[in-house]
Design a protein around this ligand. Structure first.
Ligand SMILES: [Zn+2]
Length: 150
């Protein structure tokens, strides 16, 4: 979202109010510090995920939740915690300046959240997401995790 005064591309959201189909956002320019309001409808809030091959896919909260749930399968993790992560990531995406994110950045974000939640879930997720090139990479990641425990 560009500043309407100076055209700078970085602004921060200082207030956000949602009504039926329009979100009103109070923004402040990070450069000239002037404030302005934007009205964004649901459509402009759609977020695209850019895949490795360059394809764009509409962000789906359901899909994100599925991916995280899969990593948490059979682990003693309450559903509430999974929902928290999903909501946290969604709101981060929605308040970001871009309406698109690289799938690997989204993956890193999920991995970061899972790391704090549960190590097994994190490793499961990361092994799919990062496609560890070989078993050595995988071992390094696990050893790194174990070290932090001591
Ligand atoms: Zn400005």
């Amino acid at each position: 979202m560009k500043c309407i005064f100076c055209g700078h591309s970085e602004t921060k959201v200082i207030d956000s109010r949602e009504s039926e189909d329009v979100t009103r956002r109070r923004r402040e320019c990070l450069k000239c510090e002037k404030r302005f309001t934007t009205y964004e409808n649901a459509e402009s809030l759609q977020i695209y995920i850019i895949k490795k091959d360059g394809r764009r896919e509409l962000f789906s909260k359901e899909k994100l939740k599925k991916g995280i749930s899969r990593a948490c399968e059979k682990l003693p993790i309450p559903l509430e915690k999974i929902n928290n992560i999903v909501n946290k990531i969604e709101s981060k995406l929605r308040t970001s300046e871009d309406n698109e994110i690289q799938s690997k950045d989204l993956g890193e974000e999920v991995a970061k959240q899972l790391k704090q939640l549960d190590k097994v879930a994190y490793i499961r997720f990361a092994s799919v997401y990062r496609e560890f090139a070989d078993i050595e990479d995988f071992k390094k990641e696990i050893q790194g995790l174990l070290k932090k425990d001591r």
